[in-house]
Design a protein around this ligand. Structure first.
Ligand SMILES: CC(C)(COP(=O)(O)OP(=O)(O)OC[C@H]1O[C@@H](n2cnc3c(N)ncnc32)[C@H](O)[C@@H]1OP(=O)(O)O)[C@@H](O)C(=O)NCCC(=O)NCCS
Length: 410
């Protein structure tokens, strides 16, 4: 580094396989972690080396960013290829010199070259990514329930076709299939790359945060086929002789309402547990409707989850379906102007020079394309209608009745 603090010989590029270990160490250090050999061994198989980018100061890696190759569901159920950006970090001695921005540029370019429709990410801070054109695609709720007071309504009959799977790593294919099916009707749902699934199911000690190892419960439909699972951790605790344990629902993944209710019912009926918590939960979770006292379902936070930056807007707009049939023209600044002839069966999208029904930026499209409401964007001046009286019409077109949601942790 030069005496003025500037990076002396700086290069930003994708790494060679032989640099993977140093890249991982650098990425962990950005988060204040000094990884030992065991941790590096656990993390190494998750990395897609050809998608791992680094900024070098001389030979030292001083900033990182990477991507997972995955797909995202859009309204109507079709998927598009996307890159899930991860491992973003800059060495604390090298921050605020533009390295993060340069790494992001390379990741975006690579994703576009791979013909992916968008990049997505989870943000450690909400201020970091709007500048690159990311908008909030999925929102998750943090839910906390006082277990002893969370009775189901007596009229509700709950299936007891539950099975505990003791060998969690051996359930890999079952978990993969159920994850896939759960996303079929959920816009925003990200498929889980196999190496990330293996990482979760390996249940590494360091991930447990003092809680016990995972419990895996599977629900079966009336034909005996699995249609949902729940992966949770318990913490045993005693206060003045009374149990004060907790249960954290790590993944509740279902493809039927019966499985959803049965698995929640199971979690709410475990002895020695006082508090049941889950995050992220979809904002349209039906569980409160099943509780005798719905206030026991406490939403203690609503958080942005997946942020989306479209780069193939035409592909995204043509792949998703629309709640009502209409023809709408949208102008997306720095991206293009598109005529969408869409409906519940799909859409034809062409570029156009016609006057737009709606104008917005790339980040706002990232939110609309998965079916979020247009209303807050118009109300805050982030999207503009050609005709102010058309709000209901344009909003009905883009909004999807199932809330966008994703459970993927990456
Ligand atoms: C966040 C982080 C990656 C930024 O790296 P950096 O190399 O300092 O960022 P850059 O110098 O390229 O900054 C790019 C822009 O982002 C802004 N920015 C950077 N960090 C920011 C922050 N924490 N909050 C708001 N803006 C920030 C910069 O001001 C700059 O804006 P400008 O172009 O208008 O000047 C780095 O601080 C870090 O490693 N943090 C800890 C790990 C982390 O949170 N990673 C993100 C995981 S999702």
């Amino acid at each position: 580094m030069g005496q003025d603090g500037a990076v002396s010989s700086r290069a930003v590029r994708f790494i060679d396989p032989g640099e993977a270990r140093e890249w991982l160490i650098a990425e962990q250090r950005s988060f204040g972690i000094e990884p030992d050999d065991q941790r590096l061994g656990e993390l190494a198989p998750t990395t897609e080396i050809l998608r791992s980018c680094a900024a070098f100061d001389g030979t030292a890696i001083v900033a990182t960013g990477g991507a997972f190759t995955t797909t995202m569901r859009l309204p109507g159920g079709a998927s598009v290829p996307v890159a899930a950006i991860t491992a973003i970090g800059t060495r604390p001695t090298h921050i605020r010199r533009g390295l993060f921005g340069e790494v992001m540029d390379q990741l975006h370019t690579q994703s576009a070259e791979l013909d992916e429709a968008a990049t997505v990410l989870l943000a450690s801070e909400a201020l970091l990514y709007p500048r690159f054109g990311y908008g909030v695609a999925t929102t998750g709720a943090w839910v906390q329930i006082d277990r002893r007071r969370a009775e189901f309504r007596p009229q509700i009959s709950v299936s007891d076709r539950l099975e505990m799977f003791v060998d969690i790593a051996a359930s890999d294919q079952l978990v993969a299939d159920l994850w896939q099916r759960a996303g079929e009707h959920r816009p925003g749902w990200l498929s889980r790359p196999p190496q990330l699934r293996a990482f979760i199911l390996a249940d590494h000690e360091v991930e447990r945060g003092g809680a016990m190892g995972f419990t895996l419960i599977v629900h079966h439909d009336t034909d005996g086929s699995p249609d949902g699972y729940c992966l949770y951790r318990r913490t045993l605790k005693w206060e003045q002789g009374q149990s004060a344990g907790s249960l954290f629902v790590h993944e509740l993944v279902t493809s039927s309402p019966q499985a959803h209710l049965a698995l929640w019912h199971h979690c709410l009926n475990i002895d020695l547990v006082e508090t049941v918590a889950a995050m992220p939960v979809p904002v349209d979770d039906p569980l409160p409707e099943a509780l005798a006292d719905r206030r026991q379902y406490r939403t203690i936070g609503l958080h942005d989850q997946v942020w989306l930056r479209p780069h193939d807007a035409a592909n995204l707009l043509a792949t998703r379906h629309y709640a009502v049939a209409d023809v709408i023209t949208i102008d997306v600044a720095d991206v293009g102007r598109f005529r969408i002839d869409g409906g519940s069966a799909g859409a034809a999208v062409t570029t156009t020079t016609a006057e737009p029904d709606i104008s917005c930026g790339r980040a706002e499209l990232g939110s609309l394309v998965v079916g979020n409401s247009l209303r807050p964007l118009v109300a805050t001046g982030r999207a503009h209608l050609g005709d102010p009286a058309s709000l209901d019409r344009v909003d009905r077109f883009f909004r999807w009745p199932v809330a966008p949601y994703s459970l993927l942790d990456f």
